[in-house]
Design a protein around this ligand. Structure first.
Ligand code: C2E
Ligand code: MG
Ligand code: MG
Ligand code: MG
Length: 283
């Protein structure tokens, strides 16, 4: 790639940049502008991926996953637009919308008699950083008339670790309110075992990258079994994420995992399909 050197205005330092990088930046800026309009234009919606007990006999809950149906780009995955939204306060607006929408869904399930079915909601690093994070969550839950134990809040290790002293009390408050806390993508961050013990966490979600090789590597089975044992020793329940194949499911069951979320049991669903699934399992 060609490299250009540019002298910054009035300065004496030389900066290097690549045209591809510039192009990507412009493209990102356009997408961010579109993202700002997406809330007003109702372009976001949630899908709900079922979580089952590891034997598949019982539906335990759903993880709410945001989708963007953009006028300009079509369906955009959160892996692409959440990182862009996270660059600014926009993620807080989107985060509030997700929480409110997820709570509305939870309330609907409760009204239909499925109040034992949990709804898990992903929180961004910028959201938890806000001074009014806890009040915000409480207000949204109250406004939706939803019972706190039906709501699960998903955070990542790296996010908590960024500011342990401020974040732990926030999460503890939500937990005392009755909410469930899940540690998402577990194993991909800096898992300091010292801190893990002190985190207010009800569920450990083992990242998909640990599940991927479980059917072909005995070492991987041992590693996952050890993580599960550790979590159990700390009083947590374990969720395996991204279980796709039957052979992986068998291994994860042998390891003593409590819950499974993955294509082997079901992909993210529309609200209607999620409600239908609740009815089907409510017997
Ligand atoms: P995550 O929270 O770890 O969510 C799990 C992701 O794994 C979802 O991708 C889900 O569709 C996918 N998945 C589940 N089971 C399987 C499987 O068996 N195979 C494969 N290949 N994938 C599986 P998705 O919906 O694309 O979301 C990606 C990430 O975007 C999420 O990872 C989360 O970090 C973020 N995200 C999604 N919705 C929200 C949201 O409402 N707020 C925030 N802040 N982040 C969100
Ligand atoms: Mg998640
Ligand atoms: Mg995850
Ligand atoms: Mg993940």
């Amino acid at each position: 790639a060609a490299m250009y050197a540019a002298k910054t205005a009035g300065g004496s330092c030389w900066r290097f940049f690549m045209p591809e990088l510039l192009e990507k930046t412009t493209e990102d800026t356009i997408m961010i502008n579109n993202l700002h309009r997406a809330l007003e234009e109702n372009e976001f919606f949630l899908q709900y991926q079922p979580q089952f007990t590891a034997d598949g006999s019982k539906l335990a809950g759903f993880e709410a996953l945001i989708r963007w149906k953009s006028q300009k780009y079509g369906l955009v995955s959160p892996g692409k637009f959440i990182p862009l939204a996270e660059r600014s306060w926009l993620i807080n607006k989107i985060g509030e919308w997700v929480l409110a929408e997820g709570c509305r869904f939870a309330q609907k399930l409760a009204q239909l008699g499925h109040e034992e079915i949990k709804v898990a909601i992903n929180i961004s690093p910028r959201q938890i950083k806000m001074n009014n994070f806890v009040d915000n969550v409480r207000q949204i839950i109250d406004a939706a008339h939803v019972f706190a134990p039906q709501i699960e809040i998903e955070v990542t290790e790296s996010m908590i670790m960024e500011n342990l002293d401020a974040n732990i009390p926030k999460l503890e408050t939500l937990q005392k309110d009755g909410m469930n806390l899940a540690l998402d993508d577990f194993g991909t961050g800096f898992s300091s075992l010292t801190y893990l013990r002190t985190l207010p966490v009800n569920y450990l979600k083992i990242d998909k990258s640990f599940i991927d090789k479980i059917a072909i590597s005995e070492t991987q089975v041992k590693l996952v079994a050890t993580i599960i044992e550790l979590g159990h020793a700390l009083g947590m329940k374990i969720v395996a994420e991204g279980v796709e194949a039957e052979e992986q499911l068998v291994k994860i069951q042998e390891c003593g995992c409590d819950y499974v979320q993955g294509y082997v049991f079901g992909k993210p669903l529309s609200e209607e399909a999620a409600v239908a699934l609740c009815k089907q399992y409510d017997k």
